[in-house]
Design a protein around this ligand. Sequence first.
Ligand code: TPP
Ligand code: MG
Length: 339
Amino acid sequence: MTDGNPAAVLRVRGVTKSFGGAAALKDVDLDLYPGEIHALMGMNGAGKSTLVQILSGVHQPDGGTVEIDGHAESGLTVRRARRLGVASVPQRRELAMGLTVAENAHTLRQLAKRARDLDEAALTARRAAQERRHAAELAAITAAEAKAREARGVDPVLVAATLRGLLDGEDGIVVDETITHSRLVKRHLLTDAPDSYFYVQGGLGQGIAVALGVKLAAPRRPVVLTVGDGAFAYNPVIQSYDAAKAYGLPLLVVVFNNRVYKSMNLNHRRFYPDGAAAETGEWLGTDLHRLPRLARFAEPFGMHTETVDTADALAPALERALKAVAEGTTAVVDVLVTR
Ligand SMILES: Cc1ncc(C[n+]2csc(CCOP(=O)(O)OP(=O)(O)O)c2C)c(N)n1
Ligand SMILES: [Mg+2]
């Protein structure tokens, strides 16, 4: 602020970026000041998206500097950019792909009309109600975590909450293949950055492969697979570990190990409350407590392994495991959860 003007909220100097030898941006300068609205225009291939992706932390520039609010930002991540107030809404041309040009124009006119006709009072009330619900949900999450910390052994809520803490600011991606824990994993991870959480849909046993694919697509981001003990056993573990090594795709695998196909067991109880299993206590086909320690299967691959059965051991084990992953070694943390 040497010339009496307000400070630039965004200052770009000499930014360059190439993809596979093709220059997308060469020596770009840009200053944005508070309250301004700009259109960034250019032909196809001019580098508009690349610049926006650099500003929102998706790509790193090859050279040059980006300053946000007067601070130089090197190694900007999507999460950090969002925290600093830079976010992008990508174009989704495919949304209206099935419509003709006239239908698209009609839809746009309808939307513009609805935007003009918005009832401000109703909008404010709806937003306030939503904020109250959000605050209540956050309070419930905090309470559940306090309770999990008090509980004996390792409550699964603690695993998700600890992961959230360790991944904070790391731009991590969680691939989730838990079943009875899936709701709490999603709830306590509290991810809101784009592409930071994927639930593995469909048949059990694809989680490690999906996580490897995610790591292949985002090699600089830590990728964590959360998986039940049963789902772990459905995965082609040996082949996947070999692929992780062969293709340099280190993962953190966190097993929510309750020693049971809990979901099967619950269904069994629900459908046959007075059946032979309930009578004898023999829950055939759902018991997994005889399995060897799951982390051991990673040992022949020279991977980092941890087995955790106390709350105190959890955070240090996950921290060591994430460090191993950052150094290029897949880590498997088998957490013996209480439920
Ligand atoms: C290919 C395939 N076979 C069987 C199932 C049925 N199934 C759904 S959940 C589940 C058990 C999962 O056990 P675990 O991963 O330990 O999770 P928990 O139920 O203990 O939370 C099974 C076998 C499935 N979804 N896909
Ligand atoms: Mg289980």
